[in-house]
Design a protein around this ligand. Sequence first.
Ligand SMILES: [Zn+2]
Length: 410
Amino acid sequence: MTDGPIAQSASDKPIAGQVSPTSFQGVASRYEVVVPRPADGSTRARLGRLTLTHGVVETPQFMPVGTNATVKALDPDDIAATGATIILSNTYHLYLRPGHERIARLGGLHTFMAWDRPILTDSGGFQVVSLGDLRVVDDDGVTFRSHLDGTLHRFTPEVAIGVQEALGADIAVAFDQPVTPTSPRAVVTDATERTHRWAERSLAAHTRTDQALFGIVQGGIEPDLRAASTEFIASLPFDGICLGGLAGDETPAQRDATLDIAVPLLAADPRPRYLMGLGSPADLLEAVHRGVDLFDSVLPARVARNGQLWVPGGRLNLRNQRFLDDPGPVQEDCPCLLCRRFSRAYIAHLFRANELLAYRLATCHNLTFTLDFMDRIRMSIRSGTFPADMPELRLRAGREIGSEGAEKSA
Ligand SMILES: [Zn+2]
């Protein structure tokens, strides 16, 4: 983690006489910067409002992940009660099962999963490229075998966009070739150039006028490649800019440095910036400070299903025997389904008995904690006290960086 003011760069400084635009109007979306980053350069954090076909999303914001058209263990009412206003669903998984054409016949993804608020679908690039031995990348697309039944499939930018148009999310994402952040330079170069060609093809293929389309910046953690990719993707008429190829095996310092290269290049660009795959509260806070507006991750829900509950200052491991006799709530002031009605003793028992309710209650809590944390960040930006509030927010986040942070008992 890095403390103190963010690194400044030449492109970060306002140009004399030039007023940065504070809103972006796309065909299917609108983004307004409600509170811009302060002129003193103390932070790049900003407050925004993203208007989509199915509703408004306040930023900075976190998107829970509903891989198979469900946020695991939750129904739509549970999801809404956590404070979520937008969720992410995975194109690759829905293409394979139950099939995007079937979902389209059944009225589209919103109707299918009975979620009437905004949805973003990813491009499938991350999943098909992550299949390792099961896939072959060429300049036209990716051939891969299904992880479900081994059948052979092929994604091109045109296929990925077609699948996302059939699903009908509020936001679709251009097809890209992500690589592990610390990949060799030649690998990053090759994938980044291909991602640029696929970005143009994704734009050309996209036709839905009720669906926004975001482009993806790659470039790994190589400063020049990241800068060039940021400038290239930002030059295209996307409705938002995804910062891809992070939240992987890079260190927090490498991620911060990469954001300090990419985000200043977007200083005069009012479109929303989305860092894909980041999920721990501490990581979210640092990335907001560096100017990121949107996030998604399976992390809060995944660690919840493992019996790890996030509370102010750290996390509780419900597998710990001492909770079996603890009559108090997991978190005193938490409005979630778990904390309102049940004790630590009860949820600890449910986990030990492998009862299904444990997954639902624990997921409700961790998502509520995460979305409440984003709300606190937004309030701080709105009141003009961010980044002065960062030490307190870091304390609340438990200073846990990444998914492998040290456990701290309450
Ligand atoms: Zn709770």
